[in-house]
Design a binder for this molecule. Structure first.
Ligand code: NOJ
Length: 560
């Protein structure tokens, strides 16, 4: 039920309750999507205004995932939440949120919220109360421990050797309690103690509140970190290049009772059909992500996101994912997000590609992203081939960037969080004010409006591939088997499912490649249905040589 007492239900979506595996999710970073109130920061009304870019007559995605929209002091740009139940006025009102849900639903788009349940802001009322005293209702809602001892000068020593992902120790001393609190991230992001029953009950009540407002799913921030070893044992040492990597994180993440906690969470989400969740695997492996994947609960793995633009690297990554997830677990497909370099610039840099080649690679990568096995999660702006923007240190809004510590290397995440250019001209159609983060220098030419008008743009390519994915059931539910196209610089795989057989081929080389297509199980040749280039070959015979153009991706269906 939203605030007007009406539960919003998605109308005529492209897929039913299994949309979470057939459909495509698009990550909106609200600060950088579109600003309507002239403060330089994106807002919920900006998302509402641009839903047609995402809906059926635009890109054609099935759900939006909103990066955190809750009140926050902004130390970790919204991942430090001071009230999980409300909308930050920076982004709009509670009514704006309800309108965003119903307007999305009206266009068949589902809404996924980012839940940050591992930690809160240090300004959250729970923590304010908890840090003030060892008694009171919130005293044990955070991870408090006595000092392990005292240095000769009386300085309290942290309870164990755990370190923060954002650099420095994972413990901060609070003199009011004469105890340390734990934080995997910033000092201003104290870790909740999920072993305290009140914490779980409060979090699940909050989850229910958003479901009642019509939300269709959740992304769970660092979900494999919620539970720590009950005895808070010291992590064993290992070789590494930083304080973090010199520990085996055996006791501060991935505890054995985590799946049971997620099952209790899922029981709430599953009270209505068709709701999904996706867990953000923090620093884990692909195999670890697969193990934590259950029905309707996906888990991000980072295998594809960390590859250079090489066919053998992508082939090995796909092979490893297929092995890890097996036939019964459904993977996600992610090439970019708000924590990592954008793939358009990252992949191009990995082979020293020219500016002209960069878009061709972005299109070829989109072919893989939208046709391999799993649920694709697109990151806003990738549909126009947006790249990272160099941000001077003084303009960075990513706090770990400012840490000066030889033990700590950091990539400034501001670079991949810059505003989406909607059109040329001042403010790029994003804002009438000074944007909260600078726009890319190429915003005047690389923007949604100019690409909409160009049939050979990255945007046009995304639209073609998304349409093909929607039409071809085997791209949604089929198995994936790697195949040999006769040239090692070509990635090729077959998808077989309820819609017949599909072959995908992607040329990684700037010279293109000659391929020899495998024969379809039924039929004599292959009919291209989509690809990186707007002009498709009419039909491709199997076994006869076919030339793929530089960085060309082709999606073909078996043709009898
Ligand atoms: C993962 C989020 O993706 C990242 O942006 C954030 O800094 C950490 N979790 C801490 O919340």
């Amino acid at each position: 039920m939203n605030r007007t007492g009406v539960a919003s239900v998605v109308t005529s979506p492209r897929f039913g309750d299994d949309w979470w595996r057939r459909g495509v999710v698009y990550q909106v970073y609200p600060r950088s999507f579109a600003d309507t109130d002239g403060d330089g920061v994106g807002d919920l009304r900006g998302i509402i205004d641009h839903l047609d870019h995402l809906g059926r007559d635009g890109l054609g995605i099935d759900a939006i995932w909103l990066s955190p929209i809750y009140p926050s002091p902004g130390r970790d740009v919204g991942y430090d939440v001071s009230d999980h139940r409300r909308v930050d006025p920076l982004f709009g009102s509670e009514d704006d949120f309800d309108e965003l849900v119903s307007e999305s639903h009206r266009r068949g788009i589902r809404v996924v919220l980012d839940l940050v349940m591992n930690h809160t802001s240090d300004r959250h009322p729970w923590f304010v109360a908890s840090r003030a005293s060892r008694s009171g209702p919130y005293a044990d809602w955070y991870i408090w421990r006595d000092p392990a001892g005292f240095a000769p000068d009386g300085t309290p020593l942290p309870p164990n050797n755990w370190v923060s992902w954002f650099g420095g120790p994972a413990w901060t001393y609070e003199s009011a309690r004469r105890q340390f609190y734990h934080h995997t991230f910033l000092v201003e992001q104290p870790e909740l103690d999920w072993r305290t029953p009140g914490v779980e009950a409060a979090q699940f009540e909050m989850v229910q509140g958003w479901l009642d407002r019509g939300v269709d799913g959740f992304r769970l921030d660092t979900f494999n970190v919620f539970l720590k070893h009950p005895e808070m044992l010291a992590n064993p040492a290992r070789r590494g290049t930083s304080a973090w990597t010199r520990q085996v994180h055996r006791f501060d993440i991935d505890q054995p009772d985590q799946p049971a906690l997620i099952a209790r969470f899922r029981a709430i989400v599953d009270r209505a059909p068709g709701r999904m969740s996706v867990g953000e695997m923090f620093v884990g492996t692909t195999e670890g992500a697969a193990v934590l994947t259950t029905d309707r609960h996906l888990v991000f793995d980072w295998e594809l996101m960390t590859q250079p633009w090489r066919a053998h690297a992508f082939r090995a990554a796909i092979r490893r994912r297929e092995r890890a997830f097996g036939p019964d677990r459904w993977p996600t497909i992610v090439l970019s997000n708000h924590d990592q370099p954008r793939h358009a610039s990252r992949l191009a840099a990995s082979i020293d590609a020219s500016e002209a080649e960069r878009d061709a690679i972005a299109k070829a990568a989109a072919t893989i992203e939208l046709t391999s096995r799993g649920t694709p999660f697109l990151y806003y702006g990738e549909e126009i081939g947006m790249g990272d923007v160099r941000i001077p240190l003084a303009e960075s809004v990513d706090p770990p960037t400012a840490r000066v510590d030889p033990e700590f290397q950091w990539w400034d995440r501001s670079q991949s969080r810059t505003p989406l250019p909607w059109s040329g001209g001042p403010g790029a159609g994003f804002t009438t004010a000074r944007p909260w983060l600078r726009l890319g220098d190429d915003a005047t030419t690389r923007n949604v409006a100019s690409q909409r008008a160009d049939p050979d743009s990255v945007l046009a390519c995304y639209r073609r591939l998304l349409a093909a994915r929607c039409e071809q059931r085997s791209l949604q539910d089929g198995t994936l088997v790697l195949t040999d196209a006769g040239d090692p610089t070509v990635l090729a795989y077959r998808r077989s499912g309820s819609g017949g057989e599909i072959l995908v081929m992607v040329a990684f080389d700037r010279r293109g490649a000659y391929v020899r297509l495998p024969a379809p199980r039924r039929g004599a040749g292959w009919r291209p249905v989509a690809g990186t280039h707007p002009d498709l070959p009419a039909r491709v015979e199997s076994r006869s040589p076919h030339r793929l153009r530089p960085f060309e991706g082709l999606v073909l269906v078996a043709d009898g």
